[in-house]
Design a binder for this molecule. Sequence first.
Ligand code: FES
Length: 138
Amino acid sequence: MTVADTPAGGGEALCAATAIEERGRAWVWDVLEYGRPVRAFALRFDGRLRAYLNRCAHVAAEMDWQPGEFLDTDRRWIVCSIHGASYEPADGRCVGGPCGRGRLTPLAVREHDGQVYWYPSRDIQPVPFDAPASERPP
Ligand code: FES
């Protein structure tokens, strides 16, 4: 059975579904966007998984204030730890702060049989298993 034949339909296995709790710490992993290393994160909000590149729309910087911690103290908004831009977790749209009309870059994620999968696109690809260190985020 090839990956494309699996119920996940070509997705990349990410983690166990139980590893991402409602409004909890996000699952963070490495991807390549246009061949360049960048981090991505997945969180659960209102029962649904959402995933985005870990890159603020204000300045291209990682946003979590601790590894995997993206939500504000009320667990309502994704907040950038650098200058406080706020994003709607459901769609990545900027809702306050210096991100203006920007939004986070989404990645497709899905849950199947207790496993979370993410779906590469033309622009966002998995890091090859044997990628040199230069292709991995710091
Ligand atoms: S870098 Fe995120 S708000 Fe400025």
